[in-house]
Design a protein around this ligand. Sequence first.
Ligand code: HEC
Ligand code: HEC
Length: 273
Amino acid sequence: MRKKAFLATAVIAGGAVLGTFAVAKEQLPTHLKELLELGMHPGHVFADEGAEYYHNMKGPNGKTCASCHGQDGAKLVGAYAKMPRYYKDIGKVADIDLRILSCMTKYMGYDPKDKKFKKKYTKKLRVPLSTYVATLSNGMEISVKLDDPQEKEMYEYGKKLWFMRVGGRDFSCGICHTVLAGQRIRLQGLPNPVKQKSYNHWPAYRFGSDRMWTMEDRVRSCFKAYLLSVNQWDPKKDWVKKPPPYVKEVIAIELFMKHASNGGVIEVPGLLR
Ligand code: HEC
Ligand code: HEC
């Protein structure tokens, strides 16, 4: 499906202007550099799909995203640069994934207890919608403030989790991404998302797995791949596989990383090998 959509777009976009891409070109393997030179960025397919949902997908109450946030996302320009942040209407610090889900249940008539809807959102709608909304902040500097006490608390929690050693391997996010950053693991270079302000290229398209990912996906997957952990932060929750989406722990880590990326210029969708 994805591949087909991508190819179709590639044909239409053939020779089109080069889109935004964030990753330093020299870091990309040749086949990806060639794609970009042809003006083809598979991540744009997802942003376009998100724009389509944004304008045309009606909730059970007949509202679209555009009914409240304006044509072409007019009122959401710059919003992504300040997220995650505290929202009074939902009483939570939310990242992009959770914010959009909350809008759909609170303002569009979807039932928050409807498991089928939640699954559809998580699997199908979340990534394109988040990607589209993120593109509305392209060219702007990340500017996460910690004005609200709830934001400060989440930030501190995220920082603590970043350095907390857990799991069968006794790893922490920070061991790989702060202490060992720059070295290689399984032949992959270890990035330093905190120092390098790499939040600026998320959501990103990962060519190797042919997938578009938001930062939630990245954090949850790193968790699964490297920490191999029962959730020692809260032993009642078993996270040997992956933390579930939209949990506080993941959003706290996102807030910590995004704050560290303040000043970085947003260029999404990113493109990673
Ligand atoms: C009936 C109106 C309504 C609809 C429909 C709606 N939202 Fe919202 N949205 C809100 C309100 C209210 C807020 C909270 C604004 C605040 O506190 O700054 C919000 C906040 C947001 C934010 C954060 C904005 C910011 O400045 O940080 C995003 C992003 C967003 N909505 C996306 C969406 C998307 C995508 C859809 C469609 C799937 C959608 N919304 C549908 C009312 C709506
Ligand atoms: C054992 C090492 C290891 C641990 C522990 C680990 N990661 Fe990663 N992480 C990686 C590798 C390797 C990559 C690069 C993968 C690639 O090239 O696609 C990565 C990529 C990332 C990226 C993308 C960076 C960029 O430049 O875009 C983020 C963000 C990230 N990890 C966050 C986390 C968080 C949060 C945790 C803790 C929950 C964590 N990682 C734990 C190895 C690790």
